[in-house]
Design a binder for this molecule. Sequence first.
Ligand SMILES: [Zn+2]
Length: 280
Amino acid sequence: MLRLIIICSAGNKYAIAIKKENGHAKRVERKVHYIYTFYTNYSYTLGVHFLTSWDDGYTLDLRIADLLDRYGLQGTFYICPHAQHGAQMLSREQIASLSGRHRIGAHSMTHPNLTEIAAADAEREISESKQWVEDETGKPCTAFCYPYGAVNNAVKNAVKEAGFTEARTTEDLAFSAVDPFLQPVSLQIAPFPMRMRFHPLWKALDPLGPLRSRYRKLRSIGTPYSAMMSWVALAKSLYIHAKNTKQEFFHLYGHSREVEKYGMWGDLEDFLRFVRECSK
Ligand SMILES: [Zn+2]
């Protein structure tokens, strides 16, 4: 399916076509002299493709899915059968139900750092997780997410060999991808600009770690100081940046367990509503 959107900017008309190529949304833009009508069945917000993905497969992912549904947004859920942090994980029935509403990706079988285990073990983790997701959902599983974002060439090649067509990392503040097997993200939902719960030593040494580690990059893309005061302000500012500078995508990722732990459900809904509003 193809969607054509007309953006009138300073008197100019632009047709933006969104094509699906190898499972990826691809944007083609051309200056035109006529107004086209448009149609679609593809999730796309005006000016920037909104992507969102959620890691690990916690039961709370269902609450994320409900929020995405409320704002007409599609997400990818990278699930893993291994329970983490003592949290409740999605049941088989819940996985099947979720796969009817959103895309399900693989995230290994036991959530190891794949760069730190034997090559044969990493290959098994990757290929078995593909099979597991396909068995649970009854659908092809083409997307993989590296646990902890840890990837090297051998791991990347193992993901390719297993038959995946794309893989996501945790590199953030990115708005386009060069390699489909090293897809970065734009922003994680997590406390910002200060840590909220962390090791006491970190608290003393680096309370503003989330801001400090990103400050230079944020300034380089023109993020105003006012947008560095809260997560919601930052998310909206970066989304507008991606939209105005015609980036390939804006990719929000996170863990439902952390949204709960840090009390960020309101922030998440505020931002999703904003994304929805921007797409009208
Ligand atoms: Zn994970």
